[in-house]
Design a protein around this ligand. Structure first.
Ligand SMILES: Nc1ncnc2c1ncn2[C@@H]1O[C@H](COP(=O)(O)OP(=O)(O)OP(=O)(O)O)[C@@H](O)[C@H]1O
Ligand SMILES: [Mg+2]
Length: 266
């Protein structure tokens, strides 16, 4: 019988292009999964030196007992010590620290540098149903750490930015490389910044569907409310769960979360 850790879904939210909605997706999916009728225990990890996810939860590295930096530089620091508990209902957060960018540079010269995060999570995430990892907007050394720690990838693609499509194509090639060494499922491409009336949406939509990767049915609408999260420090799904944006992420959570039932039945 599988132990609890085998049941934990570890989802890297990634795209090699910036500004495509990765951090917004992590923050809102975390809140949606933490508060649905049958809430799940969620750990969100800010693996981007920009620290946007940390800001979206209204948190600062200096108020945290630990940061994701510690998991890379000190093998004695555990997830339990580095996390901030209950930043939203059922949601814990590991914030990005101020040294993450220089830590990434240091990883370049080290053996097996893409396995630091995986090693830090192993044996310490059994209490969570889902771990969400917010990746930076380039490959570097941090995104591979997320991919090797993950069981799944979710790829947000902004429907007003061709670069986001290209970033997804490049990421899918990297995912294929990881899959030569270990299982890694592409759970879904998620279309964000959606305005169906725009020509950009129609143009990119056709191209996305021809990629051959699963595409989530749920569309995340283009809404200025999402911009407020980084400023006010609270994700839309928490602040206004019944707004259009909040409901879209709840639907996405149900669509992607349904996979849990399949996995448990297996
Ligand atoms: N559905 C949406 N509608 C409108 N604005 C959005 C939407 N989703 C995200 N945004 C805004 O778009 C910007 C980029 O979003 P976000 O920070 O989530 O992207 P990212 O991919 O994490 O960026 P980076 O690559 O810099 O980490 C932010 O200002 C965010 O508030
Ligand atoms: Mg981001």
């Amino acid at each position: 019988m599988a132990n609890q850790e085998d049941m934990t879904r570890v989802i890297a939210v990634a795209n090699l292009k910036g500004g495509t909605g990765k951090s917004t997706a992590v923050a809102n999916l975390a809140c949606a999964w933490g508060s649905e009728p049958a809430p799940m225990r969620v750990l969100a990890i800010d693996l981007d030196p920009q620290g946007d996810l940390t800001a979206m939860f209204g948190r600062y590295p200096d108020e945290a007992a630990g940061t994701v930096d510690d998991l890379f530089v000190d093998e004695d620091v555990t997830v339990e010590q580095a996390r901030m508990s209950d930043v939203a209902p059922q949601v814990d957060l590991i914030v990005a620290g101020p040294k993450l960018a220089s830590i990434e540079l240091g990883l370049a010269g080290q053996m097996s540098s893409e396995f630091f995060l995986k090693d830090a999570l192993d044996g310490h995430i059994g209490g969570y149903d889902i771990v969400l990892i917010d990746c930076p907007p380039q490959l570097g050394k941090l995104t591979p750490n997320a991919l090797f720690a993950a069981t799944e990838v979710v790829i947000p693609v902004s429907m007003v930015d061709r670069g986001a499509y290209s970033g997804a194509v490049e990421l899918l090639a990297r995912v294929e490389e990881v899959r030569r060494r270990q299982p890694l499922e592409v759970t879904a491409i998620v279309r964000t910044h959606v305005d169906r009336r725009r020509r950009a949406f129609r143009a990119l939509n056709g191209e996305i569907e021809s990629l051959g990767a699963p595409v989530a049915k749920t569309l995340i609408p283009l809404r200025s409310a999402f911009n407020d999260a980084g400023v006010v420090g609270s994700p839309v799904s928490l602040l206004e769960p019944d707004s259009e944006g909040g409901m879209a992420y709840r639907r996405l959570g149900q669509e992607l979360g349904g996979l849990r039932a399949v996995r448990e039945a297996a």
